[in-house]
Design a protein around this ligand. Structure first.
Ligand code: AP5
Ligand code: MG
Ligand code: ZN
Length: 214
């Protein structure tokens, strides 16, 4: 099962992708999480990516595409995978289509988690992330058991650097310019499915399971 999660920043791609990965036993591949792990570990890639991410801009396609192509070529992706945050430009989508074409494969689902801009800023200001294990929470919609402490690993949870309201606005405009065109791209490939991302998380997940099958 090869799935792409589409949607604005904060639409809930990561929240849903984690549940999809658990239910269908496929890897969850989040380019944002990969970049954040590299930043935390102080790698060359992390240093390059941080400058773009803190501004709410996209990391250049050259730095992103190879990383994903290497990842999906690994053995654990043989049964499929769920991509979260990639592709987010037309050149990235084309690189993915071409790489899979070469091995006689194709993506099967592009799930657009649809949430209007008005809802996004509130969600982001309430999001708390664990930079150790990648878990995501929300102070109202999905709180940790103990305030500020990750349920999964016990590390501190933080407001992401790029979740400040000004940066969220910038990310939204980058989304509309560069990523939203992918909705049409995947519509033309006949794999686009849209879910209403304003519903409660569990309802969004049920809608996705209805698409993917039990
Ligand atoms: P990335 O980490 O991918 O960020 P994003 O796309 O902006 O998306 P988010 O992770 O912010 O949101 P999400 O949709 O995963 O929402 P979540 O589930 O957390 O990328 C970060 C940066 O890295 C980019 O800006 C760019 O610089 C760079 N980058 C990454 N990939 C790249 C690429 N391919 N090319 C170039 N650059 C790249 O949910 C949000 C909040 O809402 C949470 O608090 C959650 O608990 C809550 N929530 C979720 N669902 C619901 C619901 N149904 N109801 C109520 N609350 C909900
Ligand atoms: Mg995410
Ligand atoms: Zn954690």
């Amino acid at each position: 099962m090869k799935i792409i999660m589409l949607g604005a920043p904060g639409a809930g791609k990561g929240t849903q992708a984690k549940q999809i990965a658990a239910k269908y036993e496929i890897p969850h591949i989040s380019t944002g999480d990969i970049f954040r792990a590299n930043i935390k570990n102080g790698t060359e890639l992390g240093k390059k990516a941080k400058a773009y991410m803190d501004q709410g801009a996209l990391v250049p396609d050259e730095l992103t595409c190879d990383l994903v192509m290497d990842r999906i070529a690994q053995d654990d992706c043989a049964k499929g995978f769920v991509l979260d945050g990639f592709p987010r430009t037309i050149p990235q989508a084309e690189a993915l289509t071409n790489a899979l074409n070469k091995i006689g494969q194709a993506m099967e689902y592009a799930i657009d988690v649809d949430v209007p801009d008005e809802n996004i800023v509130n969600r982001m200001s309430g999001r708390r992330a664990c930079l150790n294990c990648g878990a995501t929470y929300h102070i109202v919609f999905n709180p940790t058991k103990e305030e500020g402490v990750c349920d999964a690993c016990g590390n501190q949870t933080v407001l992401r650097e790029d979740d400040k309201p000004e940066t969220v606005q910038k990310r939204l405009s980058v989304y509309h310019e560069q990523t939203q065109p992918l909705i049409n791209y995947y519509k033309e490939q006949n794999i686009l499915r849209t879910v209403d991302g304003t519903k409660p998380m569990d309802d969004v997940f049920s809608d996705i399971v209805a698409i993917l099958g039990e």
